[in-house]
Design a protein around this ligand. Structure first.
Ligand SMILES: [Zn+2]
Length: 275
């Protein structure tokens, strides 16, 4: 699909999603700004990761460059190493905790104007932990992706030195970030996933703090790319403290980081309060 088409689809999805959050103009503008910042900081980290990985791969001898075990070791050292782990966690925290608070506060106050939103609540601390747990999972996905690409290169080469050269070429291409694990597309995927998690997680906490919401209802995003499981979940209504049952998993809200990637990546579903 053309870049422009992808962009237009993403934009339409974002508009629908933001509409469903009942934000006022100022909140919405802030939400969009935070979302863009999150996307930008993740894109920066992915770019650095791509470069670091490529440098390490280019330094390998021909013999080691075609050794799958060695390649896996290098990928893990770069991607799951402390440096990027910490950078990633910090960026995710900085960008998406404000979204959690924004969604929570606006919902709590809209429903019950006597409520004062507490930034230091237990749910926020728990949510921050959940967000951090997503970082290794996200890095794991891109590590798998890289290893598969290297394996394909090794299979294609005819001589040992040709195989090594192909591996190094794959690495160089990945570092350019036009596609694959270090690309802008992936930064967008990650930040959209986290936006849904933060907005819905905050919303749920806002409802709890309002003291007036009894139940919550799943609202599936209404478009062709909505998962079958999520279309089926549309309208499902459960007690506010109980999880939704979606595709065989327990999710407290759409995008709940406790769910598997299959159920949360790029999810654009929302929830409705039931009084
Ligand atoms: Zn969904």
């Amino acid at each position: 699909m053309c870049d422009q088409c992808l962009y237009l689809i993403a934009k339409a999805d974002d508009e629908d999603f933001l509409d469903s959050l009942d934000l006022n103009h100022a909140e919405r503008t802030l939400m969009e700004k935070l979302y863009k910042e999150g996307e930008g900081s993740i894109a920066d980290i992915l770019e650095l990761q791509g470069k670091a990985l490529d440098e390490a791969i280019q330094e390998l001898s021909d013999e080691l460059a075609v050794d799958e075990k060695e390649l896996w070791k290098v990928i893990l050292q770069v991607q799951a190493g402390e440096f990027f782990q910490e950078k990633f966690e910090q960026a995710v925290y900085n960008a998406f905790m404000p979204l959690f608070h924004l969604a929570g506060e606006s919902e709590a106050v809209r429903i019950n104007e006597d409520v004062k939103w507490e930034q230091k609540n237990e749910a926020a601390a728990k949510f921050a932990k959940k967000l951090k747990k997503l970082v290794p999972a996200m890095n794991g996905t891109s590590a798998d992706h890289m290893l598969r690409a290297f394996k394909r290169a090794i299979e294609q080469g005819k001589t040992p030195s040709e195989r090594a050269a192909l591996v190094k070429e794959v690495s160089k291409q990945a570092a350019k970030g036009e596609e694959g694990p270090f690309s802008m597309n992936r930064a967008v995927t990650i930040s959209r996933t986290l936006t849904t998690a933060a907005a819905n997680g905050g919303k749920l906490e806002g409802w709890k703090q309002s003291g007036l919401v009894k139940k919550k209802r799943w609202r599936a995003a209404n478009n062709k790319r909505t998962r079958k499981d999520h279309r089926e979940a549309n309208g499902q209504t459960v007690d506010i403290d109980k999880p939704f049952r979606v595709g065989g998993e327990n999710l407290m809200y759409p995008g709940d980081p406790a769910g598997s990637a299959k159920q949360i990546v790029k999810c654009r579903c929302t929830m409705q309060a039931v009084f």
